[in-house]
Design a protein around this ligand. Structure first.
Ligand code: ADP
Ligand code: MG
Length: 752
């Protein structure tokens, strides 16, 4: 088998993603490799496919037990023999697994770094034929990374003890130069193939929201996204517990996770989340590394994280399946303090000298500052992130809260000059709050106590107000006209660049939001990949729900997380393509032979039953469009070209079976039965709804994040009305019906 056949047969994909092929080829040619790709890009395949093609065993080092379990389950599901060896197994189980491994039962073995130096494992590794050693989450080896794990250093010693040096490959999502160098040096990679792919995750929507009542925001958000899976990251255990309690009170199926809980409790929590029994998770950053749950639709940060590296990694757990997902950071300036505290009390490598410790702390403070600027930025958030990771991006992504807000620009160079005078006058002994208060001429006791009211800059920007002064100062910090000391005091200082302002060579412009509306409900208008509700029409969504129900049943029976059976994306693609045979099913994105053999039939059955084996369009727009949105290469289209758009003759129209009421899709079915099927394309419920909306008869609004259909006055006159329907899950919702009059109108639209 070659790599393409393996990709199709075991993983069910027909194309490699960016970067995968180059890495696989390099490894197969015997070269070391370092792959730097963002979370969700598909790093696992880059070592799993070579592992299957190389003659011996591949050992994968991975930092977390949960990660290993998930990956091994996925592999076993795909029909690949893999195992993990870590402390979640008993000594007996480990001995057994190593025995089987020695016999060559497994092509891929996952192990925790601690395991490498144990006697049993070493004995096995010395005897076995090991083709490759892969280090996943390789940034853990770097003392400069945000996630250093001393145990990763054991990998080097382990390698030295093997009788033959295997190919070494390493993967991470952390892109900074320093970490990259560390990985190459510490692991001793030999002329590795280095591959860095784009870091952009176009399906993720980024937002920063400054909200007063964070709980309200979070709870409203969860309620308006029912049935969706999400993670809420808090910076402290206390916050996690408090939020968790509130979610429990509201009967939200939720779980929590932090290091203060017992091991068993954590395991249970994580499992409940992964298996979608409790799809909402409140957690500290202890949760998540290696959680490959692909259908996480949102990640909300209740507090600002300590670095942009952390943020992008945590937020990146949303939308791994490539479908649209949202990453929202709730900002409050106090978070900076909390983080400073956490950084100062962070556990450090005990082998560090005082000097090294100071260097690490300074680096941490700088990372925090950069994170803070992200929250204050008024330009494209995506561009900010990508530029930080060294990828040039021109911004204007139209899929972040800043791109979707309307800003007004104000030249504040004159004010900036006054700020610089003030900082001079304060002689760098105070932070932003005192400086802004002084400039605003605030009368609070503390300022008087410091004697600020005696300074010439006291009140020099009184007309601006303290909040706006802070905005200008922040902008100046971002542009380097001012700086703050890298310690918890964050004292405001001048820089080499400050003079440019005084000399008239620099310019400071702030952007302020026109009309302070929260942006998170203004959904991206044209994001690249969309939610299933944007791809599938109502028939399609109903089918999706059925397929999902079937998946749950199977998942329960097999004790597997649902997304390991088939991802949401795969189910959407089934609804678009409507496979009725094995061959057709194998064309579906994410259905490989092995999975088909295990689960294909019941899904085919459900698809046949739902459609009565009639081809029916269950998506909006054109086939190709829907396919590509569902993540599929444009391999073929089933829709025949060359037919005319839907129409009927006056004679055919007379045959229309009028009834008391029809939903739009029912109307479409009846209309389609009248047409000449060889010459004319079908119409659809979606088309009828679209026309109704275009004529101002009905509307679809987003209310509290829920899609909500309504009929206008004009629509009521025409005979449209709302009726209650009950969904598969037993919840009520409103849908638009057409009475006899309205049916006549719709029929007339299509008569030619
Ligand atoms: P990473 O380790 O880079 O964060 P994963 O290896 O966990 O990402 O992959 C993320 C998701 O992308 C998985 O669900 C995986 O099955 C899917 N994936 C990987 N490669 C492809 C591909 N070539 N085509 C489609 N989906 C893919
Ligand atoms: Mg991974």
């Amino acid at each position: 088998m070659n790599k393409y056949e393996i990709l199709k047969k075991y993983f069910g994909y027909s194309q490699f993603r960016d970067g995968q092929e180059a890495l696989i080829d390099a490894i197969l040619s015997g070269r070391d490799a370092l792959g730097i790709m963002p979370t969700g890009a598909g790093k696992s395949l880059c070592y799993q496919i070579p592992a299957l093609l190389l003659p011996g065993i591949t050992i994968v080092i991975s930092p977390l037990i949960s990660l290993m379990k998930d990956q091994v389950q996925t592999l076993n599901q795909a029909g690949i023999h893999a195992a993990y060896i870590n402390s979640s197994l008993t000594e007996n189980q480990i001995a057994k697994a190593l025995q089987l491994a020695a016999k060559g039962t497994y092509k891929i073995i996952y192990a925790a770094p601690e395991r490498l130096e144990t006697y049993g494992f070493l004995e096995f590794a010395k005897q076995a034929e090991i083709s490759m050693l892969t280090v996943d989450e390789a940034h853990c080896i770097s003392q400069w990374g945000q996630d250093f794990r001393p145990s990763y250093l054991k990998i080097v010693r382990f390698l030295q003890q093997l009788k033959r040096r295997p190919i070494v490959s390493a993967f991470t999502a952390t892109a900074t130069e320093r970490v990259r160098e560390d990985i190459v040096c510490v692991l001793g990679l030999e002329q590795p193939k280095l591959l860095v792919t784009g870091f952009d995750r176009r399906n993720l929507y980024f937002a920063v929201e400054t909200v007063k009542q964070k709980d309200r925001f979070v709870l409203d958000y969860i309620k308006s996204h029912p049935e969706e899976s999400g993670i809420i990251y808090c910076s402290t255990r206390k916050n996690v517990d408090a939020l968790f309690e509130k979610m429990q009170d509201l009967a939200i199926p939720s779980a929590r996770y932090h290091a203060g809980m017992g091991q068993e409790e954590r395991r249970q929590s994580q499992e409940d989340f992964v298996y979608d029994r409790r799809p909402v998770m409140a957690a500290t950053n202890a949760f998540g590394m290696g959680i490959d749950k692909s259908n996480v639709r949102y990640v909300i940060h209740y507090n600002m994280p300590q670095s942009l590296e952390n943020y992008y990694q945590e937020a990146g757990r949303a939308g791994r399946d490539g479908d649209a997902a949202e990453c929202i950071l709730l900002y409050s300036p106090q978070d900076v303090m909390i983080n400073q505290f956490l950084i100062e009390n962070k556990e450090q490598n005990p082998e560090f000298t005082e000097e090294e410790l100071a260097a690490v702390r300074e680096k941490d403070a700088e990372r925090l500052r950069i994170m803070n600027y992200y929250c204050l930025s008024t330009s494209c958030l995506r561009a900010y992130i990508l530029n930080y990771f060294g990828e040039h991006n021109r911004g204007d992504c139209q899929n972040c809260s800043n791109c979707r807000k309307e800003f007004e620009e104000t030249d504040v160079t004159a004010q900036a000059e006054k700020i610089i005078s003030c900082v001079k006058e304060l002689r760098g002994r105070y932070g932003i709050n005192v400086a802004a208060g002084t400039l605003a001429g605030d009368g609070r006791a503390k300022l008087r106590e410091y004697g600020m009211n005696g300074y010439s800059s006291f009140g020099s920007l009184a007309e601006m107000g303290e909040q706006r002064i802070k905005r200008v100062i922040n902008q100046m910090l971002v542009e380097g006209y001012l700086t703050v000391t890298p310690d918890k005091y964050a004292l405001l200082k001048l820089t080499d660049k400050s003079d440019e302002i005084i000399q008239g060579a620099g310019k400071v412009v702030i952007r302020e939001v026109k009309g302070e509306t929260s942006s998170y409900l203004q959904k991206p208008a044209s994001s690249v990949s969309r939610r299933k509700s944007d791809i599938l029409n109502s028939r399609g969504l109903e089918l999706f729900d059925r397929l999902r129900g079937l998946r749950s049943e199977i998942a329960k029976r097999e004790g597997m997380p649902p997304y390991i059976i088939f991802s949401d994306k795969t189910l959407v693609d089934m609804c678009v393509r409507l496979p009725f045979t094995r061959e057709e099913m194998l064309e579906v994105n994410g259905v490989g032979e092995h999975k088909f053999n295990k689960y294909g039939e019941p899904f085919l059955e459900e698809l046949r039953a739902y459609t009565g084996e009639k081809r029916e369009k269950m998506f909006f727009g054109e086939m190709e469009e829907a396919e590509s949105k569902a993540g599929n290469p444009l391999k073929y289209t089933r829709m025949k070209k060359g037919k005319a758009d839907f129409f009927i003759s006056a004679k055919q129209a007379e045959q229309f079976p009028y009834a008391e009421k029809y939903l739009a899709p029912e109307l479409a079915v009846k209309l389609n039965e009248l047409r000449d099927p060889d010459a004319v394309k079908k119409t659809s419920g979606a088309e009828i709804i679209r026309r109704s909306q275009a004529m101002g008869l009905s509307e679809e609004k987003l209310e509290d994040g829920l899609r909500c259909k309504t009929v206008t006055e004009k629509g009521k006159e025409a005979g449209l009305f709302l009726g209650i329907r009950i969904s598969q899950k037993g919840t009520e919702y409103q849908d638009v019906y057409y009475d006899r009059n309205a049916q006549g109108m719709v029929v007339a639209w299509f008569v030619q």
